[in-house]
Every structure is written in structure tokens, then in C-alpha cells.
Design a protein around this ligand. Sequence first.
Ligand SMILES: [Zn+2]
Ligand SMILES: [Zn+2]
Length: 249
Amino acid sequence: MKIVFFGTSCAVPTAENSSTSLCIEHDNVYILIDSVGHPLQSLFKAKVPALSFSAVILTHFHPDHVSGFPPLLQALDLLGRKKELVIVSNDFTRDKVLKLLDLLKMQPGLLGFPLRFEDVFSSSELEISLKPGHHSIPTSMVLIKNNLSRILYTSDTHYSRDVSEAASGCSVLIHEATCPHSKIGRFGKDGHSSSLQAGITASESGVSTLFLCHVCTHLFSDSASITEEAKKAFNGRIIFPDVYKWYQI
Ligand SMILES: [Zn+2]
Ligand SMILES: [Zn+2]
């Protein structure tokens, strides 16, 4: 399985790094997770096939996670996509996304390709399911399994033992690290975690690799401190990923 990040920022991007969204590939099945900025530009940059990728997982209805979804559909339609696109989300997110499309006068039935809303995705070798996270609105963590590995992506969540329990048995944890722990009083209330808490959860869950994302870099003293804080609690491999670089996992 491979993974690429289109962005690793929180809702505040930098000049070079958009809000967090990513893509998983296994056996030529490509799955997008969240949809921000202009996702089609990200697909082109990462060489993900726009006409044939399989699904989009939408974790929750905050603008730094779903605002790129309508432009993605519009661009795929204009590009001539015919293949069905599966959208995986919780019910709350699905209902809000359908209302957003309606506001924009985008009727899913008039697209040149079918949209199918589901709460799981499965292909012959890949299975993706959702688990509830802890955030200011209903959100989903994403559990990805194939025959070799198991990965949990937290999306936005505050610290909870539920997260490490959900990641139990996983080799890789992709965890948000919105702020340094010194600022968790403010950001924890909004349903976010610090880099230290990401490390604590990685340690509790027994994973070997921790990817950090959804980082408000302007809140950290420097880029090294993002991973250094997680290292205080976790002895495994910690990666603050480069955008548009494919990682084998
Ligand atoms: Zn959020
Ligand atoms: Zn967010």
C-alpha cells in the first residue's frame, strides 16, 4: 500500500502546503480522503488517475475537509469521467454534502458519472470502514485494511482512549497534530489534539509508524518541534510527511 499527502496543514494553509487531504493506493485502486483546495490539481501533481480513481472518503463537514468536493465533481464531469464514484461518509456528512451540492445547483443525477454514497468501501483486496471520532461535529476516523497491513487515519479528533483502541492492531497511525501541547487548552475544546497527544496515542495503540498531519505550523516554534514533541511519548518512526511524496506503508 502507498500513501501520498496533498496537504498536511490544519485549516490555516501555508504558501506551499494546503489543508490536510491524502490518497491511498493499493493494487491500482486509488482512494481519496477528504477534498480541499482544488483536488484535481492534487491528482495531477501526484499522478493519480482522475478518470478511474475509485472513491472519496469525506470525514466530516468542515470547510478544511469538504470544500473541494463540489469543484472536484464539476471538473471530473467536464473531463469526461464515466466511471462510478463511491463516496464514503457518515450520515450527517452525507446529508450536509447533498445540501451543499443542492445550494450550488449541482444535481448528482445530471453528472456524466454515477455517484454512490456508502458507509464502507471494499474491493477484492482493500476494505475501508469508518469509526466515530471526537470533534465539534460528527466526524469519522478511517480504518484501512488489506491483506498485509492495517492503518487508522484519525481526521480531526481530541485525545481519547477510543482512538488508540481503534488503532489497536494497526501498523500505521495517521494522526492530527493541530497544535503544540502548550496550546491544547484552546484547541482541545474544539476537538483537536496536540503533537504530544498524537505520540501518546501512537504509543498506547502499539503502532510502529506515526504520520503527523493537520498541523497549524504557525503555532509551533519551528518545524523540528512538531515531531520532537511526539517523540517524547512515542519511540517508533515519526513522519511529518512531505506533500506529493509517495510513502510505501
Ligand atoms: Zn474539523
Ligand atoms: Zn480540520
